[in-house]
Design a protein around this ligand. Structure first.
Ligand SMILES: [Zn+2]
Ligand SMILES: [Zn+2]
Length: 264
């Protein structure tokens, strides 16, 4: 075992402290607002984009909307809608921007670099250990989604031994930080374990954050008698509240124009 293996294990072990149900089932913070239109960002990945120029997450509506200069003339869309930096002209330029933001400890850039290592993308050779290190760093910098990716690594044994207990633990940390995919994973896990009440609680929280898989899961629980009709009504109402917060005409226009701008 190398030194960095030991370090990584220590880090994991000290983090594997028991999480109380009270902490686990608290409704986590929802997504932040888009910095341009001030409407809450959707949790669906295609509904927003991270900009490697300024580190902002911009909604699909604002990315798609036409840009105007000071004189009110339409300018081309090949610029960041927030800081107006031209979009990178090459892969190399894009990666350099990410690297620069990694140096600034931008959690999303750190996370993305980890993702490129895990996939062996953009000229990075596949390195799960490096990915795991970067995801731990991103998570500690406050990017909860990174814990979900760490959960997957342990769940499927990517470059590590399969460890379901660790996987669940990291899904829990991600879910508590507001990651709805991790929350849905936990619901599915508890359902498989036969803990229907806990599954229902997880699904409910994920739905408030816009996860439609969890909405279908509650419907299925309802059909098998593991949830009531009232539960499903409550779930639908909760999803409506979510939609009320994220819907905008501008985002609808973007979604109508391009499938990869779909936001719910
Ligand atoms: Zn926006
Ligand atoms: Zn920018």
């Amino acid at each position: 075992m190398s030194l960095s293996d030991t370090k990584l294990n220590d880090l994991n072990l000290c983090k594997l402290g028991k999480i109380s149900d009270e902490e686990l089932f608290k409704q986590p913070p929802l997504e932040e607002d888009c910095p341009i239109c001030f409407v809450r960002l959707p949790s669906l990945g295609t509904g927003s984009k991270y900009m490697s120029c300024c580190g902002k997450i911009i909604c699909s509506g604002c990315i798609h909307a036409p840009l105007y200069d000071n004189q009110g003339n339409k300018v081309d869309n090949k610029k960041c809608a927030f800081c107006r930096t031209p979009t990178p002209s090459s892969e190399k330029e894009m990666i350099n921007r990410y690297k620069k933001r990694v140096e600034m400890n931008d959690p999303i850039a750190v996370y993305s670099l980890g993702y490129y290592y895990s996939e062996g993308k953009y000229g990075f050779s596949r390195d799960y250990k490096k990915a795991l290190e970067l995801w731990h760093r991103a998570a500690e910098l406050g990017f909860a989604k990174a814990y979900n990716s760490i959960g997957y690594v342990y769940n499927y044994g990517q470059g590590v031994e399969v460890d379901k207990k660790k996987a669940v633990h990291y899904f829990e940390l991600a879910a508590m930080g507001g990651d709805v995919m991790a929350r849905n994973n936990l619901g599915t896990w508890e359902k498989r374990e036969g803990n229907m009440e806990r599954a229902l609680k997880h699904f409910m929280i994920a739905i408030r954050g816009g996860n439609t898989k969890s909405l279908n899961a509650i419907k299925a629980l309802c059909l098998t008698g593991n949830a009531t009709k009232d539960d499903y009504t409550k779930a639908l109402r909760s999803y409506q509240s979510y939609l009320g917060e994220i819907k905008s005409d501008q985002r609808d226009e973007a979604a109508a124009a391009r499938e990869n701008y779909r936001y719910y």
